[in-house]
Design a protein around this ligand. Sequence first.
Ligand code: NMX
Ligand code: MLT
Length: 435
Amino acid sequence: MSKLKDTLYQKILDHRKRTTKLLKESGDTVIDEVKVSQIIGGMRGIKSLVTDISYLDPYEGIRYRGYTLQEVLSKLPKAEGAEMPYVEGLYYLLLTGEMPSKEEVEELMVTFRNRRIVPRYVWDVIDSFPSESHPMAILSAAVMSLERESHFNVKYKQGLNKMDYWDSTFEDATNLIAKMPLIGAYIYNKLYQKGKGHRYPDPSMDLGANFAYMMGKDKPYDDVSRMYFIIHADHESGNVSAHTGHLVASTLSDVYYSISAMINGLAGPLHGLANQEVLRWLQGLRNQMDGKLPNEDEMKQYVWDTLNRGQVIPGYGHAVLRKTDPRYTVQREFCLKHMPDDELFKYVDALYKVVPDILREQGKAKNPWPNVDAQSGVVQWHYGITEYDFYTVLFAIGRSIGVLSNIIWDRALGYPLERPKSVTTDMLEKMVGST
Ligand code: NMX
Ligand code: MLT
């Protein structure tokens, strides 16, 4: 057994006792109440899921296993000369709650290296898509096509004990994380770098550096990739992509079905696709201004015009956050260090000065502050990834690490099939006494 799997197993044994005790001794304790506005309003804020991988505080932002993003980025081991930590180390942290040593990360790097071969039929699936297809649709299909590789399914058919579900799920999850960057880079190269062909990974490199290498990008794009995958990995369990992954996995569908579903949820403009929408929207402003940086009044006008058309300002607002997203701040700091004079970065910075006040004045959005997507496309654009349809694929590669970690723990703790109850409008009206 690898060090990671061994540590994880010990943690699982300890944790099972806590979950069993909670259920046995406090199963009927009321934690939350449900209002009509929440039933009609997307279940916002109802405490009805449990995860120990990450927690989202509305004012502080995300913590992974209790660590803020700044702590994660400074404490996880890094490659020689790298600014951002190994992505492999994040998987170790999310699964076990422990900061790995460099040796533990190196062992995991070997594990990933041994598992990253992508079967030929996956390339065939990707190649068979028409070139106008959205990269998220291709990614979803490519991941789903891997379903036949599932160890969990084989074991399940052989008659697997429920207590052992987590083990083959861990094997499937680790296999998939190892392959995701290759699949993502292959999709990019197929769609946007036709003449160049696809570069296969360099065995000496870590996951982030290899992704940069396969994308044909020089330093510091290796750090961009590491930063990107790490900050997008998890956002507690209620967001659409994480929740979809969990929901599908709760039927004991394997991780390939679950992550494909996660990708489909992430592909909507109110969720992960907002990062490409930000770029599309900014390009609209740039075109309107013939490339010159708008002054404050022109910027305000563009924002109001968008709102008055009944559209949202992409990259702003959030269902939980009530402050600037720390993932926005991490990327902003990277931009200030590496690309302070970038034209689009200046647009994004200028927007930060006007959008929150306008959203407050309009009085609809509960959170007027920027979220992760307001900054992420600008960084990619600067390093030559200008095909913004691709940005959500990068989000998905990162998010799969958190969602897969959650699915392994779901199985380890025996969480059941998810099945909330719905009511009819008639019933709601009767319950509130309005008929
Ligand atoms: N621009 C304009 N209106 C907004 C915005 C915004 N950025 N954010 C919220 N609103 C509106 C929202 O559409 C709703 O309007 P209505 O009453 O007409 O239905 C009203 O404000 C109340 O919405 P909230 O309760 O503040 O937000 P909710 O929790 O429903 O939605 C988002 C959260 C993220 C879907 C929403 O803020 C939004 O659409 N933002 C823009 C898209 C975006 O950036 N999404 C990415 C989120 C992060 N991610 O990566 O997933
Ligand atoms: C996410 O990263 O999933 C988004 O910020 C959306 C959310 O948390 O609801």
